[in-house]
Unconditional design. Structure first.
Length: 104
């Protein structure tokens, strides 16, 4: 179901929460705020602009926050790349745009 929270597991065994909305060219982004993905799934479409442009929005909570596994020690760049890799593998997309979160 579109917008439904899904989970994948990284190469090092960490569970990552993500969701997929829309159709079209995928854009993958990590949630900036802890409750952002929850707000999205509860009907507050923060990414409405991307979806209205015909994009598939794939948003995930990185390790240690939000709907992903907590109480971890490894927050290195390599670990964060493993998070992204697990989400991309879980969605089975081949190409995508990557958007980094912006702070307000």
């Amino acid at each position: 179901m579109e917008g439904e929270v899904r989970y994948c597991t990284t190469e090092d065994g960490v569970r990552i929460g993500y969701w997929v909305r829309g159709d079209g060219i995928p854009i993958v982004m990590q949630s900036l705020f802890v409750n952002q993905m929850s707000a999205e799934t509860n009907g507050e479409p923060i990414d409405r602009n991307f979806i209205s442009q015909g994009r598939m929005v794939i948003r995930f909570d990185g390790r240690g926050v939000g709907l992903s596994q907590r109480n971890l020690d490894d927050f290195s760049l390599d670990a964060r790349v493993r998070d992204l890799d697990a989400v991309v593998s879980g969605t089975q997309i081949e190409t995508f745009d990557l958007r980094t979160p912006r702070r307000p």
